[in-house]
Design a protein around this ligand. Structure first.
Ligand code: SF4
Length: 117
């Protein structure tokens, strides 16, 4: 659902309820995921993830709630490599920790993290 807005044309209604995920990460960590160039070089092969780390960044950019509801967000293996994974020096570890807090605040539950088969 959208509402007309004089400066941007249209504004998603849920932006009045929550800040965008990009805005949240930026204000909490100082990391602007808009700097991501989608190169995929941050991808790690963790057994308990469901989407690549760069896809998680893209979901944040799109303000897609799937970013808060994916297994990759809760992967400790991904978290351990995320701080230095980005060639553009985005601290993806702090992004993940911020998203986890936001997920819990919105009522999402961390999935059980047994290795996917
Ligand atoms: S390495 Fe950095 S710039 Fe490249 S896809 Fe990952 S987050 Fe984006």
């Amino acid at each position: 659902m959208f509402i007309n807005d004089s400066s941007w044309g249209i504004t998603p209604v849920n932006s009045f309820i929550h800040p965008s995920l990009r805005q949240l990460v930026l204000s909490t960590t100082g990391q602007d995921v808009y700097r991501c160039r989608g190169c995929s070089l941050c991808d790690v092969q963790a057994g308990d993830q469901d989407i690549p780390l760069n896809s998680l960044v893209q979901l944040v950019l799109m303000n897609d709630d799937e970013a808060l509801n994916c297994r990759t967000l809760w992967s400790e293996e991904v978290l351990q490599t995320a701080r230095s994974a980005c060639i553009r020096e985005l601290n993806l570890e702090s992004m993940i920790l911020t998203l986890r807090q936001e997920a819990l605040r919105r009522g999402y539950q961390a999935p059980s993290m047994e290795v996917l088969s």
